[in-house]
Design a protein around this ligand. Sequence first.
Ligand SMILES: [Zn+2]
Length: 134
Amino acid sequence: MVSEYERGAVPEGLVTRRQLRDLNLSPGGNRGPAAILRCKWCSYRPQWSCIHPQRGGLFRVDLAKPKRIPTLAQERALDRAMAARQTCPKCKRRYYVCLPLRSLGCCDPCDKGFEPSPDTYMTSPAPTTHRLAA
Ligand SMILES: [Zn+2]
């Protein structure tokens, strides 16, 4: 039997799903709602089954987990996007700056026909892994 509480009478440590989200938490170890928040209309007529959306599950904050933020995946996706803009399709070199691919379609050295200075492009094939680990 799940306890029901009226709004304003909710014990410490129980929050609604919306409050969980505001706290940047996920239900985590909560196996379903720990209690039910009774809506203000139904609380006057407890014999009715509540059909109001205000009735919601209450979750235990101590079981909730912080929402995982996939920073590494985001960085990888960002890196792929950057690599596409920094890699010259002609010489396959990846530069530290974005290339004028829309206007030139290749890096400036390829366009102008000179050797780029080595400090402008990356030499390692996996250039960002060490930056992510740091
Ligand atoms: Zn090039």
